[in-house]
Write a protein that binds this ligand. Structure first.
Ligand SMILES: [Zn+2]
Length: 571
């Protein structure tokens, strides 16, 4: 999402949600985006251990299509030390015998901790710890923040996380040009170079570009070149105002690391011009019209399989550009009712983030207030070509990165990672390729700017012990990774049960009980409700959310809230 929009929406969330919370600000259980991440409590995770053994597992390695097992995994402190094949003739006398912690995971599956290429926190004024716990509960052990939070907060959490002092995934800190320093906006090539120099010295790992800021192609060109010199990564959301100057293939020529979202790909494939004709009523500042207009680009581009289509992908491959499709964040476009009615919202969506997502003609980003079946049909057509593009790039050897852009449009942290895996599967990647796209591939893309091999993202000796242990085989059904599980018929009783969810997430050698992390999040939701956060949620809209469509037993009956404040339109 664009930061403009994000900021505006945060403002919307703040105004709409947190005023209601002010009377209970004394309630220490209710944290906000501005609060520091609380220190890791005594009962939050065990370890790291001198020696930890995980017994009897099958392993999805995370690269090269490799699956091995059954094995025992030996972890020393925060690194995988050995992966030992189990000898079927001596199953009981397995080494090592001196572990100070053992996990009997016989028959379970271990995969690399997931690595998300595109993350944020703070939408709806939600605290970072909320996102962190939902990520870890879904086996996500590293996130590239683009941006995760203000630079000082992201750096502080990254360092504290590496010391296991907070409960959080590894943080890779990308920042937008001009953020963090006191040098003002980046509006010239000179300032662009100066900011990159400042960023490299102030804990920034890479740069996130947008297309609708004061900087344009000349500044972006300088920043990519400077970033490469200083071993920083780069990723770009080609927002439409940049199309006149840059599309995705041109950014690839400049040396961009990742094209994130769909923006810019199809503009590189136009038969005519640099932008496609827009439907009547198109207005970039009117988000409903804008989202409607986006999906019609495919009526003006060279079709899948054409020489131009192949030439585009071949050039991106030649330039080693990574594609981060973030399919899931656009799901409302093709099926609004589905994303509003997801199983996990009532228990795990904080009322303030729910309020932030609700459709509204006043709040920017809530584009779906009069979304029609015609709009959904248009987006469904668009998705087919977008899937095809990503699939074809993968087939040619291009690197696909799994990312979620969470916190926007009913896309909830952690749960969104599993949805993205399912959508990569829908695009034609195998389940194994989807998991690799969100582990080994992202880890490699993050290490590339330094010319290094990654230290996480695959389950191999020497790597950090960043692992997810799952009772069921995710290659047979990715849904077993959802915190709310998957449904299965119990053949003996005839009962339909929920099964699955990640059992343990191991991050930097610390073993977290994933179910307990989910329970912590459910408690945060309860605490916010108790503090009155539902009083501002419009009952006409919120049937499937945490506040219910009418007063629940634990919620005071909601008075119909006043009209949402009008948010000033974007500059
Ligand atoms: Zn984003």
């Amino acid at each position: 999402m664009s930061l403009d929009r994000r900021t505006l929406l945060q403002t919307a969330g703040l105004t709409a949600g947190l005023i209601a919370l002010t009377p209970s600000a004394a309630n220490a259980d209710v944290l906000t985006a501005a609060d520091p991440t609380p220190p890791r409590g005594k009962n939050e995770g065990k370890g790291p251990f001198r020696k930890l053994v995980i017994r009897g597992v099958n392993v999805i390695v995370g690269a090269g299509g490799e699956v091995v097992g059954p094995v025992d995994i030996v972890v020393k402190r925060n690194r995988i030390d050995e992966i030992i094949r189990i000898d079927p003739n001596a199953p009981r006398r397995r080494k090592p015998h001196d572990a100070d912690h053992e996990i009997d995971a016989t028959g379970m599956w271990v995969m690399p901790g997931l690595v998300d290429e595109h993350t944020h926190t703070g939408t709806g004024n939600t605290p970072r710890t909320y996102a962190y716990k939902l990520w870890l509960a879904h086996g996500v052990t590293t996130v590239r923040g683009v941006t995760l939070a203000a630079n000082a907060d992201a750096v502080r959490d990254r360092e504290a996380g590496e010391r296991n002092e907070i409960v959080a995934p590894r943080i890779v800190n990308y920042q937008t040009p001009g953020s963090g320093w006191d040098g003002g906006q980046v509006d010239s090539p000179e300032k662009a170079a100066a900011w990159v120099s400042w960023a490299a010295a102030n804990g920034v790992d890479g740069i996130k570009f947008f297309g609708d800021r004061v900087y344009g192609r000349p500044e972006i060109e300088v920043m990519i070149a400077e970033a490469r010199k200083r071993e920083l990564g780069t990723t770009m959301h080609h927002s439409p105002p940049i199309y006149k100057q840059l599309n995705a293939v041109e950014s690839g020529r400049l040396g961009l690391g990742t094209v994130t979202h769909f923006y810019g790909h199809f503009e590189s494939l136009l038969k005519e011009g640099r932008e496609h004709p827009k439907p009547p009523g198109y207005d970039y500042s009117n988000e409903a019209a804008r989202w409607r207009g986006v999906a019609t680009v495919i009526d003006y581009t060279y079709p899948p399989g054409s020489p131009q289509w192949r030439a585009y992908l071949e050039e991106q491959l030649e330039n080693k550009v990574n594609f981060g499709p973030t399919f899931g964040v656009y799901l409302a476009g093709r099926d609004l009712a589905r994303v509003r009615g997801l199983d996990w919202h009532p228990r795990f969506a904080l009322p303030t983030i729910w309020d932030f997502w609700e459709p509204s003609p006043q709040a920017h980003g809530s584009f779906y207030y009069d979304w029609t079946s015609e709009d959904e049909a248009s987006w469904k057509r668009f998705y087919q070509q977008y899937f095809q593009l990503i699939h074809d790039y993968k087939e040619m050897g291009g690197r696909i990165l799994g990312g979620t852009d969470p916190g926007f449009i009913y896309n909830l942290y952690g749960f969104a990672n599993i949805t993205e895996l399912e959508m990569l599967r829908e695009a034609g990647l195998s389940a194994l390729e989807a998991i690799e796209a969100m582990s080994g591939n992202v880890a490699q893309a993050l290490a590339d700017p330094r010319g290094e091999r990654p230290e996480y993202g695959t389950v191999r000796p020497g790597m950090y012990a960043d692992l997810a242990v799952v009772p069921y085989n995710p290659l047979e059904d990715l849904k077993v990774l959802y915190g709310t599980g998957a449904t299965r018929l119990d053949a003996t009783t005839g009962d339909v049960r929920r099964i699955g969810g990640v059992q343990w997430t191991i991050r930097n050698g610390v073993v977290y009980d994933a179910k307990k992390l989910l329970a912590d999040v459910a408690d945060m939701v309860k605490a916010q409700k108790a503090a009155g956060a539902c009083s501002n949620v419009d009952p006409d809209w919120s049937t499937y959310g945490p506040c219910g469509g009418s007063a629940g037993a634990d919620i005071p009956p909601p008075a119909k809230p006043a009209a949402r404040p009008t948010i000033p339109s974007r500059p």
